[in-house]
Ligand binder design. Structure first.
Ligand code: 9D3
Length: 269
């Protein structure tokens, strides 16, 4: 197999005391299909398997006191090294260690696209999932390249964050979305919230479907959807609009909407 073809796949190694959680990705949906198609690979490394005590414990009390436990550097280091080796065995050219952590940089679409590019170029990812209060700082200094957070809310550990990141990356592997133009359509309204969607029945609990969507006039439908996207984004995520330049058409559609101020139509409650 050629180098380029080989490197279109995404290679992951996760370090976690709950490896079974990753069945959410391997056993369902788009990610399962993509795994079956050989578009990504995953190896799971349990720090408990690298513990040097009969109880397989990998945490201890924090120096300085305080609540909770801290994950120890030694078993994590060994698990990360095993994860790296597995990535190289799977054909990775390089590797990068990402620690999912509340102290990390906020994940966004731009970072997902950068990481997707690096994965496609053969850089395998080791995803380190913390539990308890976190991991020994020296492990972060010595073995972690980057810390990533999903947002300012508290999860019980890094696993769900790692899976969210993996899901976002797997979607970007060419072929992972199957047939349709979902990815291309995404970029058409990139930086805007999605428009409202409707499907059968035409009337549900007395609420109809916007007539434009039943009109068959595709140019009008496209403009309506773009208008709704703009209106919603302005209402719900004005920060996104400030980051994004509007085309002449978009400016006009948003002005039309504001003139109409048909609040219900953009899905306000
Ligand atoms: C309640 C515990 N907190 C003490 C002040 C600190 C804390 C430690 C460990 C909070 C969360 C966690 C576990 N979280 C993650 O591992 C995590 C996470 C998150 O909680 N929110 C958003 N993104 C991420 S990425 C990893």
């Amino acid at each position: 197999m050629s180098e380029a073809a080989e490197n279109r796949v995404a290679r992951f190694a996760v370090v976690t005391i709950f490896p079974e959680m990753f069945a959410a990705l391997t056993d369902a949906g788009i990610s399962r299909k993509a795994l079956e198609a050989g578009l990504w690979s995953l190896s799971r490394w349990n720090p408990r398997d690298f513990a040097d005590n009969p109880w397989r414990s990998v945490d201890d009390r924090p120096y300085g006191g305080g609540p909770g436990m801290v994950m120890q550097a030694e078993p994590l280091t060994r698990a990360i090294e095993a994860g790296k080796k597995s990535l190289f065995s799977a054909g990775a050219a390089t590797s990068r260690v990402i620690y999912l952590s509340p102290q990390g940089r906020l994940l966004d679409h731009a970072r997902v696209m950068e990481l997707a590019g690096e994965l496609a170029a053969g850089q395998g990812l080791v995803l380190l999932c913390g539990r308890y209060e976190g991991v020994d700082e020296r492990l972060i200094e010595l073995a972690v390249d980057e810390e990533i957070s999903l947002g300012d809310f508290v999860l019980s550990g890094g696993e769900l964050a790692a899976m969210a990141l993996m899901d976002a990356l797997i979607r970007q592997v060419p072929g992972a979305l199957g047939d349709t133009a979902s990815a291309a359509e995404d970029s058409f309204v990139e930086g805007l919230l999605d428009c409202p969607h409707y499907t059968r029945p035409e009337v549900f609990q007395g609420r109809g479907t916007p007539e434009v969507l039943l009109s068959g006039d595709h140019a009008r439908i496209r403009r309506w959807r773009l208008k709704m996207s703009l209106a919603r984004t302005r209402k719900r995520r004005p920060d996104l609009l400030r980051k994004r330049a509007l085309s002449a058409e978009e400016t006009q559609l948003l002005a039309e909407f504001l003139a109409e101020e048909s609040v219900e139509q953009c899905g306000e409650h």
